[in-house]
Design a protein around this ligand. Structure first.
Ligand code: GLV
Ligand code: MG
Length: 336
């Protein structure tokens, strides 16, 4: 991994530098809460323990005239709830917006000690991460915060996709990255009007049959290229990859399919924008019991992780041992 340009700055002369290790924790769903709506904010207490991460959303989907209220609501929500093992994140407004500076100044001052991750939207290159990294370092030093605040980038512009590897390694504060299919679609001029998911017209046709009968159409995954590229960039940098939002709440089956593709490809979780998506994410991003059973068979059959064995007619070797270890480690984390 390339040496990041900005190292974390210790708090003050003589002060111990905070640990910069990414905590190992389950983050199967990043549950979005619009903090300007009192009724939904009040529900956060019920969510604690039910979701892996609660995120106060200040950016898109929050009307311009509610931005201050959302920021205040987030601070109130963060102060009043004990999050226990549930992570507390905030999605700030874009760096070129009139709100972002106050988002960071007010939130870090008031509840920086409770905040795990700042999600930054519309990241275009490592320069965006460097800016946020420095600002967070200044605020942590000013308020004497011992626990570093991590950064999570949303990949949702073509320029961001071009720079994805540089974004992933831009700072030791990087926690991970999420695919933002809605903004990405808009900025790429894709001809869709949806938040994530597939499109019935994005398909390939099976070859024509000799009798000229109807041809089968196979719908393709609009997001495969970007998601796979992002997963590689994140894995190479040692940070986590996430699928972002799925906007059609009336189609849990399609949501589950999209989440499952992301899980199989290497993602740690996805966003839940609606309570119905919490259980979908929990189910999908936890390993399947049959897979866990097979993983244990492989680990038991190769105690030192080397060589080759046959299990149920299939060859297993050092590489499948490592795959089994991924499943085993996740199962342990889920069970903990
Ligand atoms: C998320 O922010 C998206 O644009 O999909
Ligand atoms: Mg977006």
């Amino acid at each position: 991994m390339k040496l990041p340009r900005n190292f974390y700055k210790p708090l003050a002369i003589g002060a111990p530098a905070p640990c910069r290790e990414l905590p190992v924790r389950l983050e199967r769903m990043i549950h979005f809460v619009p903090p300007h709506i009192e009724k939904l904010r009040a529900k956060v207490r019920e969510l604690t323990g039910q979701v892996d991460v609660v995120l106060g959303n200040l950016e898109d989907a929050i009307p311009a005239d509610c931005k201050e209220e959302a920021r205040r609501g987030f601070i109130e929500m963060a102060r009043e709830s004990d999050f226990g093992s549930t992570g507390l994140w905030v999605r700030i407004n874009a760096l070129n917006s009139p709100w972002v500076l106050d988002d960071l100044l007010e939130i870090v001052e008031a509840v920086g000690y409770k905040l795990d991750v700042v999600m930054i939207p519309k990241v275009e290159g490592p320069w965006d991460i460097h800016y946020l990294d420095q600002l967070l370092a200044q605020l942590e030093a000013r308020y004497g915060l011992r626990k570093p605040i991590f950064i999570h980038a949303i990949l949702e512009t073509p320029e961001g996709v071009n720079n994805v590897e540089r974004i992933a390694t831009a700072s030791p504060r990087m926690h991970g990255m999420s695919l933002g299919p809605a903004d990405l679609a808009a900025s790429r001029a894709m001809k869709t009007t949806r938040v994530g998911g597939g499109h019935p017209e994005y398909k390939v046709l099976a070859d024509a049959t000799p009798d000229g009968g109807p041809r089968t159409a196979f719908q393709q995954d609009l997001w495969h290229y970007t998601l796979a590229r992002m997963v590689d960039a994140c894995a190479a940098a040692g940070i986590k990859a996430f699928y972002g939002p799925f906007g059609d709440f009336s189609d849990p089956e399609a949501c589950e399919a999209q989440f499952r593709n992301a899980f199989l490809l290497g993602c740690a979780g996805a966003w839940s924008l609606h309570p119905s998506q919490i259980d979908i994410a929990k189910r999908v991003f936890s390993p399947d019991p049959a897979e866990v059973k097979l993983a244990h068979k492989i680990l038991d059959a190769m105690p030192d992780g080397t060589g080759a064995v046959m299990i149920d007619g299939k060859m297993q070797d050092d590489a499948t041992w490592k795959q089994a270890k991924v499943v085993h480690d996740l199962a342990r984390l889920v069970a903990a």
